[in-house]
Structure formats: C-alpha cells, structure tokens
Design a protein around this ligand. Sequence first.
Ligand SMILES: *[C@@H]1O[C@H](CO)[C@@H](O)[C@H](O)[C@H]1NC(C)=O
Ligand SMILES: *[C@@H]1O[C@H](CO)[C@@H](O)[C@H](O)[C@H]1NC(C)=O
Ligand SMILES: *[C@@H]1O[C@H](CO)[C@@H](O)[C@H](O)[C@H]1NC(C)=O
Length: 508
Amino acid sequence: MKLKELSSPIPCTFTNIWIILFAFLSTSSGSHFPKNFKFGVSTASYQIEGAWNVSGKGENIWDRMTHEHPNWIEDRTNGDVACDSYHQWKTDIELINNLGVDFYRFSLSWSRLLPTGFSNYVNPDGVRYYNGIINELLKNNIEPIITIYHWDLPQPIQNEGGWPNIVTAEYFADYAKVAFELFGDRVKTWITFNEPIEICQNGYGGGGKAPRIFSSGVSDYLCGRTLLMAHAKVFHLYDRHYRHKQQGKIGVTINTGWFEPKSNDPKDVAAAELSLQMMFGWWTNPIFSKTGDYPLLMKDRIANISRAQHFKRSRLPNFNNEEIKFIQGTSDFLGLNHYSTVLASYAPLPNVIPVSFSNDLNVKTEVDPKWIPSAATWIHDVPWGFRKLLNWIKGEYNNPPVFVTENGYPDVGQFNDMERIHYLQGYLDELLKAILVDDCNVYAYSVWSVLDNMEWNRGYTLKFGLYHVNFTDPKRKRSPKSSVQFYKDFIKSSRKFDSIEMKSMVSN
Ligand SMILES: *[C@@H]1O[C@H](CO)[C@@H](O)[C@H](O)[C@H]1NC(C)=O
Ligand SMILES: *[C@@H]1O[C@H](CO)[C@@H](O)[C@H](O)[C@H]1NC(C)=O
Ligand SMILES: *[C@@H]1O[C@H](CO)[C@@H](O)[C@H](O)[C@H]1NC(C)=O
C-alpha cells in the first residue's frame, strides 16, 4: 500500500501525521488492528439450521412462504435442511474455531424456542440446542453473540398481523425475556434485530422477503414503528432487570450501503443524503441521534407527499414525545451491516405520486461500470465507500461505538475465491484507515458468513461462505475455500501489534 492511498478526508494535523505513519508502517506488513479489536463470523438460524419441523420446532414465515410459493425463491428451494447445522453444529464450531476468531454471531430461531411464538411454552429441545452451542463456543474461548431476531417470525404471530401490528412488540419482549433468562448468564452481547429495513420494507413493502406483503408506503412504516418500539422495550427490559446481574451489552444491527453523490451538483448531494437518512436514519436517528425521532427530512417529506395524495395524516406514523424519549439512546453499540456502494442522483417527483416507500424516497441509484461486480447485483467491490460511511456515522451520531456485524462477498461456487479475498482485503484496509486515521470508534468486525447457506430469495444460488457447502450431498459436506486461510492469517497477523502503544505515542 502506498502512503498517498491513506489520504484522509479529515485535515492532516500534526498528530495525524503520526497516525498516518503508523498506519502506513502497519498496513504495509499485514493488518495491524488495535490489539483489543475483535474479529468474528456471522450466521442466521433460518439460513443454516434446517430441521424445520423436528424436535418441537414450530412453523415460521419463511417455512410457510417457501412451502406455499416455491417459485418466489430463485432455485425453488427452502430452508428445510439448509446446512443441517441443527445436527452438525459441533462440526461448525470446529470450523469457526479453526479461523481463530474472537466471537461467533448467530441468531435464535424464535419458533424453535417458542413453537407457537408465545412464551407460554418453551421447547426443551430448542433450549438444549442453543445451550450446546453456547457452551461449546465458550469451551473454545469464542464469545457467543446472539441476534434475537433475524427474520424468522413465528407464523402464528404473522397470523395476527405480524410486525405492522403494534402488539407484536409485546410478544417480542416476552420472547427476549425467555432468551435473557435462559442464556444471559453466558451471553454478554445481544442484538435485538438484524436489518430492520429488510424486515419492514422487504417483508411488508413488497420487496419479496417473507411474509411478502405488498403494502409499501403504509405497512412498512407501521412495521418500522413496531420494530423501534420493540427494540426499545427489550433494551429497557435488559437494562432494568438483567444488566446488573448479567453484565452484558445490548444493541441493534442496522444495514446500509454508502450513497455517493453522482456529481457535485447540490441536488445530487442532497439525493445521497436523503437516501442515507431515509434508509439508515429511519432506524438510527430515533436511537442514536441527539434529537431522537425519525430524521426531520424523512418526516417532512412523507408528510408533504401524503398531503399531496390527500391523506388525512402522514403515512409515517408519528411518535409522541414520551415514545421519542423511550427509544432514544437504547443501544450500547451500533451494529452495522455494510456490503457496497451506489451512486445517487436527483430525480424529479412525478405529478401524480403513487403510494410507496420508493416514491417517498425518489432517488435515482446506479453503479459505476468500472466497479468490480459480484454474483449479487447489489454488491460491488467498492471499499472506499465503507470508510466514507464510517466517517458519516461518526459525524452524524457523535462517534458511537460501532460493531461491524456483517461484511462479505458472494461467489457462485468456486473454491479458489480470489474475488472474496480481494474484497475482504480492501474493506479491512479501509476499516483500518477509518479507525487509525479518522478515529472512527469501531471495535469489532464480522464476516458474513461462515458457511454457504440459504440466501433468502436467492436460495442456494448465492454463496457467502468462507467454507463451501455441498448442497447436493445429503451430508452437506463442508470444505474450506481459499478465503479461510486468508482470514485466519489476517486475524493472526493483526494480533502482533499493540495499538495501545501506538495511541500513547500519538497523544504525546
Ligand atoms: C418434515 O418435513 C419434511 C420435508 O422437509 C417431510 O418430508 C417430513 O415428512 C416432515 N416431517 C414431519 C414429522 O412432519
Ligand atoms: C414540505 O413542505 C413545506 C411547505 O410546503 C416545505 O417548506 C418543505 O420544504 C417541504 N419539505 C420537504 C422535505 O419536501
Ligand atoms: C457434492 O456431492 C455430490 C453427492 O455426494 C457429489 O456427486 C459431488 O461431486 C459433490 N460436489 C462437489 C463439488 O464436491
């Protein structure tokens, strides 16, 4: 790496010279993250477990949707067996241990613990399963990190309306309480939700994810309101009743790409900012900002468009002052899933505006044809966007502790996954610059994913694993791709350098 590549978006002060020098020296010989920096890998229950109808597990919205509408999944598959991790979890922990990671982030299947979704009956096999995983991880010195909700809502709760129904926040809190009671003695990092916009906008706005309800511009906003309330409820529950005895942390994972203005035209710059505010700020502003509530830009815009559409009130359901305060500050860290960048530009609103989230947003996005593509249309290898996003978060929310809970690259089945290695190397370099040069407060990073798995609507056609899984083999044989060695070496070399020493030199 050349020194000039480290050029900072932040003015080069005298102390920054030292940091730049150290960053240069360190990156030139490998990866030198702060010594207490944590590396890990992530998965989600529906994508890996399988065993959808055994050992007492109930039906969830992904079971229902894939069974009733196989054509909604690219290869007409489902998660009935997936990686069969329900039976092969011990092997999977060996694979994870082989990487030398500090933590493993996985999600609980709500329907495996509470088969009907309600907390009146807890499935003992579900409890046994997750206890086995947690204990085995701890035995191997790997921190278990739990996502409480990663998209697999129990079907009986969907039958009551699912997330757009505010009562779902109560059921979610009941479920979270069961999880804290059962596992909180050993689990010290909790994530309430994974990617709220996917749950709400894709699930209830017509994006194709379960339960695939087409009510964009209405139900997606109702879902969002419930999710933010549910998150805050569970944070307060943990904070009041478990934190003092369990000594853990609780946060939320929110995803976003970086929106780069297509040109310097103020209209394009505004379009990029609007995209960040309406897709990411929708979730982060109520929790992490000084003002709380939805971003003002988003509130104003949806209120104006709703008015033009002759609605009596904004389609974005508001929070009262009490609710704004209830949600504000309810996260010990900002979990960030980031994969890629797009170019954003201004688009004029049409005269008659159909009701939908994308019309409320109304920004044109595209990619630079020079960017390296991937098997997913939405992922290009654009590492500098990661650093810009981390800096935006730092500026917007007063440099909160950030935990990068997902970052990764899909292949189509090759073992020598040089494209993934290129992607990870680039993104990790930009992350390092964000930490050392820009002082972004990032303390952990996780690759998505350990194994190739059931990639939602793409079925098994997109493969995000460091380990290849043979899905035509009834044993679901796992084999390392080249990126296993890369990540292993990367983590190992990052441990050589003590950035505490570096920090003290810098502050002198
Ligand atoms: C479970 O689902 C599979 C299909 O994945 C089916 O073949 C099997 O009969 C089901 N088992 C039970 C006990 O319902
Ligand atoms: C909403 O409408 C008001 C009044 O017409 C206008 O001042 C404001 O700029 C509009 N806001 C947005 C975000 O369009
Ligand atoms: C996957 O497993 C099937 C069945 O065991 C086998 O025929 C095939 O060669 C395997 N594919 C790979 C890439 O190992």
